[in-house]
Write a protein that binds this ligand. Structure first.
Ligand SMILES: Cc1ncc(COP(=O)(O)O)c(C=O)c1O
Length: 354
């Protein structure tokens, strides 16, 4: 189907193509036969690599998608009478079609956020009905890092929240669909941001970061890991030809390709944010700490700008928009978009805006 819309998108990092090194890894794995369901040599190499990167307690499980990673991870942590605390804008709450509730039977208990982050004073209010048989019992805390608004929790913020959650006996999950972005922004290792903080489970994203598809559930607790293999199968998230997923992650981890990918997409987001900041009519919304840039745009510009580079309107009432970069965003994409903004400003000044 032909459209006059550019195929260069700021809609999502899901819109990006596959990183060539990762595609090559699939091609290289494509020979002969190998055992399935994680018993192939590449999947076993991946487990060795996961221990090197995430620490000795880490065990990784391949799953098909981010929602599957989150739901299976949480199913490992809570029972149906539990609630999982997350922000009111978390992917779990807003964008997973009620999958946690449908599949685990648990309740998502939301808290407000500031720039995408939850804070302890709001968490405290959820503790009051502990032990009340009429109320779901808080069982786990799920944080998103980087947040849905592209901001990153600092290590010190995470330490405080996790200490609070532990004191309450809660299990801790991190939704890390773009986790490498946070490690790049905070200049830390992946272990610093996960095992070293004492979390239980991490949903570690691949698809949004240059893979064809595939995510890892990384578990830092032996008992939970033992249960997880059955939960994954029951939840339809056990892939068979795991060698093609393992090959992608091995390449993603090799020579820190993950850092290179995160660094490039962040650099492009910074460039976009910088160039848009000085434009009249454009309002910058949140600190840019990963690959998402949030700006509020004049309503009349949106249709034209979306034709230049597609993006999503995040809030239909305020016209706050999310522009997302990825491993393959080019400086030309940014400059082309900003040039269109300038053109629209001039039309406004000349009085011929729509
Ligand atoms: C923070 C976050 N978590 C989880 C997901 C779910 O990923 P998937 O669409 O692969 O189920 C997404 C997807 O956009 C996401 O942004």
């Amino acid at each position: 189907m032909k459209t006059n819309q550019s195929s260069r998108s700021f809609g999502s990092d899901n819109h990006a193509s596959i990183h060539p090194q990762i595609l090559q890894a699939i091609v290289d794995a494509n020979h002969d036969h190998a055992p399935s369901y994680g018993t192939d040599p590449l999947s076993q190499d991946l487990q060795t690599e996961i221990v090197k990167i995430f620490g000795p307690r880490a065990e990784g499980f391949l799953v098909f998608n981010g929602t599957g990673a989150n739901v299976t991870a949480l199913k490992c942590l809570v029972k149906s009478y539990h609630s999982v605390i997350a922000t009111e804008i978390s992917h779990l709450q807003m964008d997973e079609c009620g999958a946690p509730e449908a599949i685990i039977g648990c309740k998502i208990l939301t808290v407000p956020h500031v720039n995408g982050k939850l804070n302890i004073s709001d968490l405290e209010r959820l503790v009051v009905r502990r032990g009340d048989q009429h109320s779901s019992q808080i069982g786990a805390l799920s944080l998103t890092q980087p947040t849905e608004l592209g901001t990153c929790y600092e290590i010190s913020e995470l330490k405080n929240i996790i200490a609070w959650a532990r004191a309450q006996g809660l299990k801790i999950h991190i939704d890390g669909a773009r986790f490498t972005g946070a490690a790049h922004f905070l200049k830390t290792s992946l272990a610093d941001l996960s095992d070293d903080l004492g979390i239980d489970i991490l949903s570690f994203g691949g698809t949004k970061n240059g893979l064809l598809f595939g995510e890892l559930v990384i578990i830092f607790n032996e008992q939970l890991a033992r249960d997880f293999r059955y939960i994954r199968k029951q939840c339809l998230q056990l892939p068979s030809k795991t060698r093609f997923m393992a090959a992608q992650f091995l390449t993603y981890f090799k020579n820190d390709l993950w850092r290179e990918i995160a660094a490039h997409s962040h650099e492009m987001a910074q460039l976009l944010a910088q160039e848009l900041k000085s434009q009249a009519g454009v309002e910058a919304d949140f600190p840019v700490q990963s690959n998402a840039v949030f700006v509020t745009l004049p309503r009349t510009w949106i249709k034209t700008l979306k034709t230049q580079n597609f993006f999503y309107v995040w809030d239909e009432h305020t016209f706050q928009c999310r522009l997302m970069t990825s491993w393959d965003t080019r400086t030309d994409d940014v400059h082309g978009f900003v040039a269109k903004v300038v053109e629209l400003q001039q039309q406004n000044t000349n009085g011929d805006g729509q």
